[in-house]
Design a protein. Structure first.
Length: 261
């Protein structure tokens, strides 16, 4: 079986680190051979960098997440620029917009979130790096901003929730669409229709561990990267395509968009 790539795993999270080294051993046993480790806030950068320097198959991404937009500062942005220059991240991320947050609060206002997003897109343009994008109720605006900024480095829209038309607007900009644990729920009918309609060349797999739990997990249990084959199995079942073909293509998609070997 191909060694799958979890294109979005918060490997530095304390609850996943508490499960080491058994968790990584389980990943290998379950056929998950690589992880992309996106950043969320300034305080996590050094921990992420240290972890990803340990293992060549843990891939670093750095970014300032909209969940923490009330905490980001210009110094954090400067430190991000320095980290991008002195380390070897595969992407700028996780960055984006989250309009499900209380945008009436100053720190989470649309203007405030867009400020940090635009600034980081420009850093990615300068560094010639793709993006890992978080989008909640903001697909249209994110697409509009990326087009206005003439961003052409591509990337991944992770944990995608939106229409086929919205997904296609991102893929036209060179982005792949990330699907994870939500796909394992029978009630996720709109998402299941979407993964059947999209070309397989536009899809990547993820867990978002320890977030985005899978169907059947006990309440409060963290999602885990060694559970990624469950997403693959559901995708194969929905698309009526060989699981080996889907594994091979989604791996190739991830390697291509993040320029990994």
């Amino acid at each position: 079986m191909h060694q799958l790539i979890d294109s979005h795993c918060h490997w530095d999270h304390p609850c996943l680190q508490a499960l080491q080294p058994e968790l990584w051993q389980s990943c290998i046993a379950q056929g998950v051979g690589q992880l992309v480790v996106p950043g969320t806030h300034h305080a996590s950068f050094s921990r992420q960098i240290s972890l990803c320097e340990v293992h060549p198959r843990w891939h670093l991404a750095l970014g300032l997440h909209p969940y923490f937009s009330d905490r980001h500062t210009q110094q954090h942005l400067s430190d991000l620029a320095d980290a991008l220059a002195h380390h070897t991240p595969v992407a700028v991320g996780e960055i984006g917009l989250d309009f499900a947050l209380d945008t009436n609060l100053e720190g989470f206002s649309i203007v405030h979130q867009e400020h940090w997003f635009i600034a980081q897109v420009k850093l990615a343009q300068h560094a010639k790096l793709p993006l890992i994008v978080h989008s909640r109720k903001a697909n249209d605006r994110l697409g509009q901003l990326l087009r206005q900024l003439k961003f052409d480095q591509g990337g991944i829209v992770h944990g995608f929730s939106g229409s086929l038309q919205q997904a296609e607007k991102f893929t036209q900009l060179g982005f792949k669409i990330g699907f994870g644990g939500t796909l394992t729920y029978d009630r996720a009918q709109a998402m299941r229709r979407l993964v059947k309609a999209l070309p397989l060349t536009d899809i990547v797999l993820e867990t978002d561990a320890p977030d985005m739990p899978m169907a059947g997990q006990e309440q409060g249990q963290p999602n885990r990267p060694d559970m990624l084959p469950r997403v693959l199995a559901v995708l194969a079942q929905l698309r009526l395509e060989p699981i080996s073909e889907i594994a091979s293509q989604t791996i190739a998609n991830t390697l291509d968009v993040l320029r990994l070997k």
